[in-house]
Design a protein around this ligand. Sequence first.
Ligand SMILES: Cc1cc2nc3c(=O)[nH]c(=O)nc-3n(C[C@H](O)[C@H](O)[C@H](O)COP(=O)(O)OP(=O)(O)OC[C@H]3O[C@@H](n4cnc5c(N)ncnc54)[C@H](O)[C@@H]3O)c2cc1C
Length: 398
Amino acid sequence: MQEVEFLVVGCGPAGGTAAREAARSGVETLVLERDSVVGAKRVCAAGLRPGFCERFGVPRSIVHCDPPIIALHAPSGRRFEFELGPGHTTTREELDGTIAALARSEGAEIATGALFRSYRRDGSWTIVEFADARSGERRSIRARSVLLAQGSSARVDDGSPLAYAGWSAGLITCLQYRIYLQRPAQTIAYQTFEMHYYLGSGGRNVIAWMFPKRDHLAIGLGIMGKVSGPQLREELDRFVTTVELRLFPGIERTIRREGNLLYGGAPRPGLVDGEVALAGTAAGLVDATTGEGIYEAAMSGRLAAEAVAGQRRGLHRSAAAVYQRSLKRTFYGRLRHRHQLMTFLERRPARFDVLFERLAGSPRFASLLQRERSDYTLSEWGYLYAQAALFSMRALAA
Ligand SMILES: Cc1cc2nc3c(=O)[nH]c(=O)nc-3n(C[C@H](O)[C@H](O)[C@H](O)COP(=O)(O)OP(=O)(O)OC[C@H]3O[C@@H](n4cnc5c(N)ncnc54)[C@H](O)[C@@H]3O)c2cc1C
């Protein structure tokens, strides 16, 4: 049976970054990716936070637009704007494809058309089973460390320590249109990330977006739970009409429709089973208030690569245990809080106005919320608590 030191399942930002950085540290690395072309089928608005390319050593050539403004649309219909970084937009075929190419250049092997099926323990090793789409064969590989990074489609058996009862309840059904216009839209469209929060037909909470790209606008929405295709299309068509009136009235267009699941719940409580660990969205690392998960995925891949490289150098016995500790320290405080915040906001739509007003009126508050808590100074913590207290008082009265 083939043996490998580090086996990664899925070549999204989590798996690709893990593979690239582990291979760079000299770890023998193999990625199993079910698609035949990395990134080609990913459905995503592909907005990146400021500094993403520099932080992860990804070339700026993948960037389409650098919107400096976030516009938040509350359920009341009010629009609030504030400045950001600037952030960036790209497409997932470019982002994931580029990270995969960089991983290969560091020496990682990426097997495409390889569908992960299951894993089982074999002493201190793990045996991973997968289906080879080219030959149609079922194959097995023995690995010292395994990172599962299959995104929102990650299924975990009920009996596994990785299982999480709250997983299905956190899934959001998404539909997105790539709108290719014959003439450019209004200039402001290319300078803004638009996020919209409102109650859709049937009283369900909708989160919708318009992210500009070089050659199209990505306009989409997500609704918590299972939603039928026709219902989702109707909701999105209604939303697109409102965006069109402001940004591209009467311009001829062609549309590419794409759908996917997004996870919007709390992070998964258990992340490791022996030397098998979860990363990225499979670990539940998505900001429930915005749907941002690319940065979290790439960071989790980096932390996994560091843990595996550390084990190789004899710094610790279990890469998975070290990884779990550092991932929880880095992300769990913020992501759990964001999930609670979203639940709190959705209970009374007027609360969105209260929060957005504070963000638009206080650039320091807005910029702090975009950073990791581990970077805060003592005075920043003090400021944040004061802002949070003000928000809570006003939101409870709203
Ligand atoms: C509509 C939508 C819009 C979004 N917009 C944004 C945004 O603008 N900005 C942002 O930061 N985040 C956004 N997100 C979230 C973001 O897409 C995810 O958080 C991010 O992709 C997570 O990366 P990942 O590597 O964990 O998983 P994924 O990117 O989902 O990658 C998983 C990989 O695993 C592969 N795979 C799956 N199952 C198997 C299997 N059984 N065997 C082998 N391979 C497998 C898949 O083919 C894929 O390549 C959006 C999500 C959705 C659905």
